[in-house]
Design a protein around this ligand. Sequence first.
Ligand code: 2P0
Length: 337
Amino acid sequence: MSSSKYQFIHNIIPHLSPSQKGQGRANVNIALAKYWGKRDIELNLPTNSSLSISLPGLGTETTIQWIDNSKDTITLNDQPCKPEQPFAARLSHFLEPFRPDPQGGFEIKTHNSVPTAAGLASSASGYAALVLALNDCFQWQLDLKSLSLLARLGSGSASRSVYDGFAIWHQGQQQDGMDSFAEKIDQAWSNLKIGLLEIDISEKPIGSTQGMQQTVNHCELYQAWPQKAEKDVVTLQSAIANQDFTLLGTTAENNALSMHATMLATWPPICYFQPDSIQAMQQVWQLRAQGTEVYFTMDAGPNLKLLFLEKDQQQLKESFPNLKVIHPFSVESETTT
Ligand code: 2P0
């Protein structure tokens, strides 16, 4: 691990003396303006800002405890993980700079309430929950900005999962990464709904970390992306401030398709679309042509996330019978199927 990463972490955390068992929980988030590309791989610094909405009820709960004279023990959904499993190896690597001494280990228990069927990445909620648990374990009492900075090191999108509701992750300019953190956009939107449309939940052909690097390095169209994404973030902020759903939906859908366009224009090409993804997109476009205002966004996988208003929920459930509806801003934070 490079000294810049240690330096970054020790600029933020006050000490390395664990005082209790810590716990943390965080929700997954969906980007409406996407993060696609890193300018610094070690520090997870993005080439552009991004803007997201969190999905209440879908997330990760983690407890962590320091044990002297032990190795890391990691359980995921009550199943022990072998140290060499990618999930455990990535976690232990992330925890390196947080170890009070080389002899001990962390005992980590993590539960994902993200239904596998939703086809959502859990690294965002996972690393945000882990950092919250570390903050509790060491009693650092860090503010949310600092927690977002630390979560970013685990997974870029985790910087946004420290918050509920809308969040913006600032690209930042500094080489040390201290100005690349997420902040909450303090605005609710009670009749805004998200629909999770499962197409395929099997393992994706290429992970997003690798996919991003491939695009940054081998796509001639990519140079247009950071500027486009920054513009979309500004437009989305205005759409949220004015509760302008048409502006929100058109911007989010166009942003997602622009990101996928850079992937398709990469060599070798990266394509997360499956025939059923395209069919679902066409269904969305058809519904819009018929007067139902619905938009989609899509991440590094074949599943679609629909954006619509409460008044159209019934119609959308009829059009997409397996749609899981999320209510990002309702009091009960319910998920309905
Ligand atoms: C996003 N994605 O903004 C974009 C859209 C996927 C497509 O953030 O390498 O798992 O751990 O920083 O955060 C997924 O990337 O990547 C992601 P790393 P991460 O939501």
